[in-house]
Design a binder for this molecule. Structure first.
Ligand code: LLP
Length: 436
């Protein structure tokens, strides 16, 4: 297993900074989500420091759907970047953190009226309109909440466009094909009428465009194609005398989960990305105020790991060698949902010449509850510690209570110590909304 950030080995045991995995189990129990806070901060700074331009303001937003709780939002706010949200729940969570709600970009293909009301009432910075119906809905919300008694207020908005770029990624996380449910196609016949409508609105201030081509994308060229396609489209928009001040190119930068993944080197990529935009804007005689990206996975995934206890092993009649862990698809649905692959190790016996091939299975009543298929590990004994790497993104945020399994605790580990970000759920939590 590749050891990211502050993971290290001492006496054949995995440590995060000075803390051994056995220490973490003793004090916090398993399953346990562990976030390497210093590495998370370092990764944010890498984005912040490399995504820069002399020609316009650059903004990095943390795509909070990857992992969100109040502690995470505080770290993001502390590091001085902004944030995106896709639901009332995400907006509400962020509003309870130190993050200024003015730094929120609100996305979503079907923002409900009450979510728009929450966003407008709290003062969310920018709302990314997805479709025509949403224009009406948002105008109505702004008029009702902000413009009574003749008050003037315009909600700042971007329009999500679909540039029709094939990002060459898993179908479920690809967002820019022509039949995607997200945004409006740049090829739609009425696209400029819709943009004009927003631009002329009494209640909306049109800032520019947003696009996001998909997630876990490894080809730099896909992002460069996206940028160029969007800039071509900006040219056509400005030719109709509509000024585009902000271009938000979304997230989706691929990361390492296993040796099959070959991510680009982030710093170099980000600098090249800005350069492509600078050059192509210039070529098209365009100027913008702000260039924005919104990475989620590439900010947090390699900074998070899940620690489990191997409760037992079992060899089936058919010859399959299972390790049963105390976690499950409840805390990591990605292998079952996308066939996602992960690396793991026996954290208390990192290296051993005595190895076997195992399938790591969870405790849910579901055959698909497999975390890793056929992985070579040192021979596993009951009570060993199994550490699965790079689970920072879309694990906790997609966790469920299927089988009424309680969700794990999450700790953030930094050079200043260990902080619990989310407490372990209890059986009381599991029934708290049940009506007796
Ligand atoms: N911006 C927008 C508009 C998005 O829809 C997404 C992800 C992002 C930014 C961040 O993408 P990232 O940098 O994290 O790739 N649950 C799936 C991933 C779904 C991604 C949805 N949108 C998974 O576990 O792989």
């Amino acid at each position: 297993m590749r050891l990211f950030g502050n993971l290290n080995i001492k006496d054949n045991e995995v440590f995060l900074g000075p803390y051994s995995m056995s220490y973490l189990r003793e004090n916090y129990k398993t399953p346990l989500y562990i976030v390497d806070e210093d590495f998370f901060r370092e990764t944010i700074r890498k984005f912040r420091d490399n995504f820069v331009s002399d020609n316009f303001e650059t903004k990095v937003l943390y795509a909070s759907k990857a992992l969100l709780n109040i502690y995470t939002a505080n770290v993001v706010s502390d590091e001085g970047i902004a944030i995106d949200a896709v639901s009332g729940g995400e907006i509400y969570t962020i509003s309870k953190s130190n993050m200024d709600v003015g730094n929120i970009y609100f996305h979503g293909n079907n923002k409900l009226v009450e979510e728009l009301e929450l966003a407008v009432n709290l003062g969310v910075g920018k709302i990314v309109i997805d479709n025509e119906a949403e224009i009406d809905r948002l105008e109505d919300v702004v008029r009702r909440l902000k413009c009574d008694d003749g008050n003037k207020f315009k909600q700042r908005v971007l329009l999500r466009l679909n540039p029709g770029i094939d990002a060459h990624t898993h179908e479920y996380i690809s967002t820019s094909k022509n039949d995607s449910k997200f945004g409006l196609s740049i090829f739609s016949n009425d696209i400029f009428d819709i943009i004009s409508r927003i631009n002329d609105s009494e209640y909306l201030e049109f800032l520019g465009f947003h696009a996001h081509i998909g997630s876990q994308v490894f080809r730099e060229e896909s992002f460069f194609d996206e940028a160029k396609t969007m800039i071509d489209f900006m040219r056509k928009t400005e030719d109709r005398s509509i000024k585009v001040r902000e271009l938000n190119l979304g997230g989706g930068f691929g990361i390492y989960y296993t040796e099959e993944d070959e991510p680009f080197e982030l710093g170099g990529f980000l600098r090249r990305y800005v350069k492509v935009c600078e050059d192509y804007l210039k070529e098209n005689d365009l100027e913008i105020d702000t260039l924005t990206i919104e990475p989620g996975r590439s900010l947090i995934s390699n900074c998070g790991h899940t620690l489990y206890t191997a409760s037992s092993t079992k060899k089936t009649y058919g010859g399959k060698n299972f390790v049963f862990i105390d976690g499950s698809m409840n805390d990591n649905i990605r292998p079952a949902l996308y066939g996602a692959k992960y690396e793991a190790c026996v954290a208390n016996r990192f290296d051993s010449s005595d190895e076997e091939v195992y399938t790591i299975a969870g405790k849910c009543c579901e055959s698909g509850d497999i975390i890793i298929k056929d992985i070579k590990l040192p021979r596993v004994e009951d009570d060993d510690l199994i550490l699965v790497g790079s689970t920072g993104a879309y694990n906790y945020s997609m966790a469920s209570n299927y089988n009424r399994v309680a969700r794990p605790e999450m700790i953030f580990v930094s050079k200043d110590g260990i902080n619990v970000a989310v407490k372990r759920e209890t059986y009381e939590d599991i029934i708290k909304n049940d009506v007796f």
